[in-house]
Design a binder for this molecule. Structure first.
Ligand code: HAM
Length: 419
């Protein structure tokens, strides 16, 4: 046991450079894409009263099996968030911001899942939620933002699956039809699917077990149960995506793992990943959720993308590389280190990335550190430079050699020499 205590718990990971830099670059790119569409950032707490997440559906695995729940020291029932839509809608119900309320978020979520590649117990998402309009063009905007974000990362092998779960009445008629279909042949279903059928018939469609395949293939399709109103909404979402040139596959058996969805639902699948973890993002409409949390009836639509899986997809496609370097300039000071204190500060304030050597090591040891640092330029100050008021600027990567530069001209020289 002793040797496993000081390790990250199962299903979690430590993210170090260069992965951490790539991670941040991904979040920044996301903030850029959605910020340009008027979405502002919201930061809800990482835990909520457990009731907030019960809205995701007591019969879903996320709530019934995977939630990190505990009593806090004040006796409150608390859960770590398994996702952020419920939290964001709780924020909406509590603060009642003006609609349309368009927000984005990033951060970790917690699900006690079977840990494997691309499936973690703590995983990060970036996402958006838009509350207020019922407009199908808002569904299309939200989907297009995710699509443009994948494009921005350089991903080319992402497929958009699209479905509609209809209005609440359509959905319950469909669930009844599915229940009748599967119950008529329940003996042929796998044991797991028989259990699912009793609690959440829609999820039987998700089964990938071979013994269920025939019955799932023959199941009625949601799109045949859409009311006129839901069918028109769906057609307009598709029309907008067509107009934008965003390709999609209508996928009538697409069921999402959370129960709040009505009408438009969608998922992004990365073709370059293994089928078990190939969903890089998903979302849809949840037009009843705000009302269930005590707000006036307010439709909503959004999505979340898994950061870990999106980066795995980038690896698989060889795009969105990690940055190659941490710093631009490395300061070598053989006069005891006082010069380095001032030089690093001066060059950093001029906007460059600078590090230095420590512990008053030898010139040779400091130059080795400079090489290892990945910096393009070393600034060397020894007794000669100090007495002549210069700094030696040495090229570490190319063939520009070195030159003694007066201190007063240093920043300008660096600015012309750095890319
Ligand atoms: P979700 O489909 O549960 O939806 O999660 C969205 C994405 O988060 C998944 O497609 C996947 O990339 C990533 N993800 C989920 N679970 C894990 C895990 N255990 N390890 C790694 N990545 C994971 C939602 O969370 C909804 N809140 C989306 C939404 C927003 N719907 C409307 N608005």
């Amino acid at each position: 046991m002793a040797d496993s205590i000081y390790r990250a718990p199962k299903g979690t990971r430590d993210i170090l450079w260069p992965d951490s830099a790539r991670w941040r670059a991904l979040v920044e790119a996301f903030a850029d894409v959605v910020g340009a569409a008027g979405y502002t950032q919201v930061v809800p707490p990482m835990f909520e009263h457990v009731e907030v997440f019960r809205r995701l559906g007591d019969a879903t695995d996320v709530v019934a099996k995977e939630m990190y729940e505990f009593l806090d020291k004040g006796g409150r029932s608390i859960a770590l968030r398994p996702e952020q839509t419920a939290s964001v809608v709780r924020v909406f119900a509590e603060h009642r911001p003006v609609v349309p309320w368009k927000v984005w978020y990033t951060g970790p979520n917690f699900r006690y899942e079977r840990a494997q590649k691309g499936r973690f117990r703590q995983f990060d998402q970036v996402g958006v939620e838009a509350l207020g309009p019922d407009d199908p063009h808002l569904d299309a905007e939200v989907i297009a933002l995710a699509w443009r974000f994948y494009e921005r990362l350089g991903l080319r092998q992402v497929t958009l699956l699209l479905n509609s779960l209809g209005n609440p009445d359509d959905r319950s008629r469909y669930v009844d039809a599915l229940t009748a279909h599967f119950s008529a042949d329940a003996d042929a279903l796998s044991e797991e699917s028989r259990t699912t059928l009793a609690t959440n018939p829609l999820r039987v469609l998700d089964s990938r077990r071979p013994e269920d395949a025939d019955l799932v293939a023959a199941a009625p399709e949601m799109l045949d149960f859409l009311s006129d109103d839901a069918a028109v909404h769906f057609a307009r979402v598709r029309g907008a995506l067509d107009a934008l040139g965003i390709p999609y596959t209508v996928s009538p058996r697409l069921v999402r793992g959370l129960d709040y969805y009505l009408r438009t639902t969608f998922e992004f699948v990365a073709e370059a990943l293994d089928a078990a973890q190939d969903a890089v993002g998903g979302g849809g409409r949840y037009d009843r959720l705000a009302e269930e949390m005590g707000a006036p009836p307010t439709p909503g639509v959004g999505f979340a993308l898994g950061v870990d899986r999106t980066l795995l997809a980038c690896d698989a496609e060889g795009v969105f590389d990690a940055p190659a370097t941490v710093i631009d300039v490395f300061v070598v000071d053989t006069c005891g280190g006082d010069e380095a204190v001032l030089l690093t500060d001066e060059v950093r304030r001029a906007g460059m990335r600078v590090d230095r050597a420590w512990d008053d090591r030898s010139m040779k040891a400091q130059m080795k550190a400079a090489d290892r640092s990945g910096a393009a330029i070393a600034l060397i100050v020894g007794e000669d430079e100090r007495s002549s008021g210069t700094v030696t600027v040495r090229d570490l990567r190319g063939d520009a050699g070195q030159q003694a530069v007066p201190r007063a001209e240093l920043i300008e020289t660096l600015q012309t020499r750095l890319p």
